[in-house]
Design a protein. Structure first.
Length: 152
């Protein structure tokens, strides 16, 4: 990813977390992206149009649950509907992607977006991403989030 896009990506991510889920984020160094979680969820999607690329968001599994509670407006003492954490993460990623493309390239270009896909990751897979300098990190409510985009 071009360093030219890093600042915009971080800002868009933090704004979307705040506006969609009332969770506040800030930039952290990738080396600070340590987590106590042992399960993570990776959400990815791609796009094509004037530019092509992909976007990946990786969160601790518990953060996906919190995201769903906040988006749905459900009290955390209640059970989440099945699949709602994954759906919330997919919606968040889709919103980030749309806003990122509009912020970077304006509202005139048309992009075809794929449906976000998710998969569960282990702590080792998280650590591999933390060691990969293609990722950026933010802290959302004191939990690390990894972000990576590739725009061509």
């Amino acid at each position: 990813m071009s360093n030219d896009y890093n600042e915009t990506l971080i800002k868009v991510c933090c704004d979307v977390f705040e506006n969609l889920s009332f969770m506040f984020g800030e930039t952290i160094d990738l080396s600070e992206a340590e987590s106590d979680s042992d399960a993570f969820i990776s959400a990815t999607m791609s796009f094509k149009g004037d530019k092509t690329g992909s976007l990946e968001l990786v969160v601790p599994a518990e953060t996906a649950d919190t995201l769903a509670y906040n988006i749905l407006g459900i009290d955390e003492s209640e059970d989440l509907p099945p699949g709602s954490a994954i759906d919330a993460l997919r919606e968040l990623l889709n919103t980030i992607c749309g806003q990122l493309l509009t912020t970077l390239f304006g509202d005139q270009p048309i992009f075809d977006l794929t449906v976000p896909e998710t998969k569960t990751l282990t702590l080792d897979q998280w650590d591999e991403r933390v060691e990969n300098d293609q990722y950026l990190a933010i802290s959302v409510e004191d939990e690390p989030i990894l972000i990576k985009t590739n725009i061509e």
